[in-house]
Design a protein around this ligand. Structure first.
Ligand SMILES: [Fe+2]
Length: 169
Protein backbone atom coordinates (compact mmCIF):
# COMPACT_ATOMS: atom_id res chain seq x y z
CA UNK A 1 0.00 0.00 0.00
CA UNK A 2 2.84 2.35 0.88
CA UNK A 3 4.51 1.64 -2.43
CA UNK A 4 1.20 2.24 -4.23
CA UNK A 5 0.84 5.65 -2.54
CA UNK A 6 4.43 6.52 -3.36
CA UNK A 7 3.77 5.74 -7.01
CA UNK A 8 0.67 7.90 -7.02
CA UNK A 9 2.62 10.74 -5.42
CA UNK A 10 5.31 10.36 -7.96
CA UNK A 11 2.84 10.44 -10.88
CA UNK A 12 1.25 13.52 -9.36
CA UNK A 13 4.66 15.17 -9.09
CA UNK A 14 5.41 14.28 -12.69
CA UNK A 15 2.00 15.66 -13.69
CA UNK A 16 2.70 19.01 -11.98
CA UNK A 17 6.22 19.15 -13.33
CA UNK A 18 5.04 18.57 -16.91
CA UNK A 19 2.19 21.06 -16.60
CA UNK A 20 4.76 23.68 -15.60
CA UNK A 21 6.95 22.68 -18.52
CA UNK A 22 3.98 22.93 -20.90
CA UNK A 23 3.38 26.40 -19.49
CA UNK A 24 6.87 27.32 -20.69
CA UNK A 25 6.14 25.66 -24.06
CA UNK A 26 3.01 27.77 -24.52
CA UNK A 27 4.66 30.99 -23.29
CA UNK A 28 7.48 30.52 -25.80
CA UNK A 29 4.88 30.01 -28.54
CA UNK A 30 3.12 33.25 -27.50
CA UNK A 31 6.51 34.97 -27.87
CA UNK A 32 7.39 33.33 -31.22
CA UNK A 33 4.08 33.60 -33.09
CA UNK A 34 4.07 37.40 -33.63
CA UNK A 35 7.42 37.12 -35.46
CA UNK A 36 6.16 34.14 -37.50
CA UNK A 37 3.05 36.12 -38.35
CA UNK A 38 5.16 39.07 -39.44
CA UNK A 39 7.43 36.88 -41.61
CA UNK A 40 4.50 35.09 -43.28
CA UNK A 41 3.24 36.37 -46.64
CA UNK A 42 0.24 34.18 -47.47
CA UNK A 43 -2.91 35.84 -46.05
CA UNK A 44 -4.45 32.53 -44.95
CA UNK A 45 -1.22 31.58 -43.18
CA UNK A 46 -1.09 34.96 -41.44
CA UNK A 47 -4.69 34.47 -40.33
CA UNK A 48 -3.93 30.94 -39.06
CA UNK A 49 -0.99 32.25 -36.97
CA UNK A 50 -3.10 35.12 -35.67
CA UNK A 51 -5.96 32.91 -34.52
CA UNK A 52 -3.56 30.35 -33.02
CA UNK A 53 -1.86 33.14 -31.09
CA UNK A 54 -5.22 33.93 -29.48
CA UNK A 55 -5.82 30.24 -28.75
CA UNK A 56 -2.31 29.88 -27.31
CA UNK A 57 -2.97 32.70 -24.83
CA UNK A 58 -5.99 30.68 -23.65
CA UNK A 59 -3.78 27.57 -23.39
CA UNK A 60 -1.48 29.50 -21.04
CA UNK A 61 -4.45 30.52 -18.89
CA UNK A 62 -5.81 26.95 -18.78
CA UNK A 63 -2.49 25.59 -17.53
CA UNK A 64 -2.25 28.33 -14.90
CA UNK A 65 -5.83 27.56 -13.77
CA UNK A 66 -5.05 23.84 -13.47
CA UNK A 67 -1.87 24.52 -11.48
CA UNK A 68 -3.82 26.83 -9.16
CA UNK A 69 -6.48 24.15 -8.67
CA UNK A 70 -3.64 21.85 -7.67
CA UNK A 71 -2.27 24.48 -5.25
CA UNK A 72 0.97 24.46 -7.19
CA UNK A 73 3.30 27.24 -8.20
CA UNK A 74 2.32 28.70 -11.52
CA UNK A 75 5.90 29.45 -12.53
CA UNK A 76 7.10 27.70 -15.64
CA UNK A 77 9.90 25.16 -15.93
CA UNK A 78 11.84 25.93 -19.09
CA UNK A 79 10.91 23.76 -22.06
CA UNK A 80 14.21 23.20 -23.86
CA UNK A 81 12.54 21.49 -26.80
CA UNK A 82 10.64 24.65 -27.74
CA UNK A 83 13.80 26.76 -27.56
CA UNK A 84 15.46 24.31 -29.94
CA UNK A 85 12.47 24.24 -32.30
CA UNK A 86 12.30 28.06 -32.36
CA UNK A 87 16.02 28.32 -33.03
CA UNK A 88 15.74 25.78 -35.86
CA UNK A 89 12.81 27.70 -37.29
CA UNK A 90 14.86 30.91 -37.25
CA UNK A 91 17.67 29.13 -39.12
CA UNK A 92 15.23 27.75 -41.68
CA UNK A 93 13.56 31.06 -42.47
CA UNK A 94 16.50 33.46 -42.26
CA UNK A 95 18.02 32.33 -45.56
CA UNK A 96 14.75 31.82 -47.42
CA UNK A 97 14.66 34.81 -49.77
CA UNK A 98 11.72 33.53 -51.82
CA UNK A 99 8.59 34.56 -49.90
CA UNK A 100 6.63 31.42 -50.78
CA UNK A 101 9.52 29.17 -49.77
CA UNK A 102 9.69 31.10 -46.52
CA UNK A 103 6.00 30.41 -45.96
CA UNK A 104 6.65 26.71 -46.59
CA UNK A 105 9.44 26.77 -43.98
CA UNK A 106 7.22 28.61 -41.50
CA UNK A 107 4.47 26.01 -41.91
CA UNK A 108 6.94 23.14 -41.44
CA UNK A 109 8.31 24.75 -38.29
CA UNK A 110 4.84 25.44 -36.89
CA UNK A 111 3.68 21.86 -37.53
CA UNK A 112 6.68 20.46 -35.64
CA UNK A 113 5.60 22.56 -32.68
CA UNK A 114 1.98 21.39 -32.94
CA UNK A 115 3.00 17.74 -33.02
CA UNK A 116 5.30 18.20 -30.05
CA UNK A 117 2.48 19.84 -28.12
CA UNK A 118 -0.04 17.15 -29.04
CA UNK A 119 2.36 14.43 -27.84
CA UNK A 120 3.12 16.25 -24.58
CA UNK A 121 -0.50 17.10 -23.83
CA UNK A 122 -1.57 13.54 -24.66
CA UNK A 123 0.58 12.24 -21.81
CA UNK A 124 -0.57 14.79 -19.20
CA UNK A 125 -4.24 14.33 -20.18
CA UNK A 126 -3.88 10.61 -19.48
CA UNK A 127 -2.19 11.29 -16.14
CA UNK A 128 -5.01 13.69 -15.21
CA UNK A 129 -7.53 10.89 -15.84
CA UNK A 130 -5.52 8.37 -13.80
CA UNK A 131 -5.19 10.89 -10.96
CA UNK A 132 -8.98 11.44 -10.94
CA UNK A 133 -8.82 15.01 -12.27
CA UNK A 134 -11.55 14.58 -14.85
CA UNK A 135 -12.25 18.32 -15.12
CA UNK A 136 -8.57 19.03 -15.79
CA UNK A 137 -8.44 16.17 -18.31
CA UNK A 138 -11.36 17.81 -20.14
CA UNK A 139 -9.56 21.18 -20.21
CA UNK A 140 -6.39 19.55 -21.52
CA UNK A 141 -8.47 17.69 -24.09
CA UNK A 142 -9.90 20.99 -25.30
CA UNK A 143 -6.35 22.31 -25.82
CA UNK A 144 -5.33 19.13 -27.70
CA UNK A 145 -8.34 19.53 -30.00
CA UNK A 146 -7.33 23.13 -30.75
CA UNK A 147 -3.73 22.09 -31.46
CA UNK A 148 -5.05 19.34 -33.75
CA UNK A 149 -7.27 21.81 -35.56
CA UNK A 150 -4.35 24.24 -36.01
CA UNK A 151 -2.22 21.39 -37.36
CA UNK A 152 -4.89 20.31 -39.88
CA UNK A 153 -5.39 23.88 -41.02
CA UNK A 154 -1.62 24.20 -41.60
CA UNK A 155 -1.68 20.96 -43.62
CA UNK A 156 -4.38 22.36 -45.88
CA UNK A 157 -2.50 25.64 -46.33
CA UNK A 158 0.70 23.67 -47.04
CA UNK A 159 -1.08 21.64 -49.74
CA UNK A 160 -1.57 24.88 -51.67
CA UNK A 161 1.59 26.82 -50.72
CA UNK A 162 3.97 23.90 -51.36
CA UNK A 163 2.76 23.69 -54.95
CA UNK A 164 3.14 27.47 -55.38
CA UNK A 165 6.69 27.30 -54.00
CA UNK A 166 7.54 24.50 -56.41
CA UNK A 167 6.17 26.52 -59.36
CA UNK A 168 8.19 29.56 -58.28
CA UNK A 169 11.44 27.58 -58.46
FE1 LIG B 1 -1.01 25.44 -27.49
Amino acid sequence: MKLFSANLDSLRDLYHNQLRMLLSTEQQIVDALPTMLEKATDPQLKQAFQSHLQETRVHVTRLQDILRQENREVDAIKCKVLSALVSEAEDMIKDATDLTVRDVALIAAAQRVEHYEIASYGAVRRWAQILGRQGQAALLDQTIKEEGHADHLLTSIADRVNVEADKAA
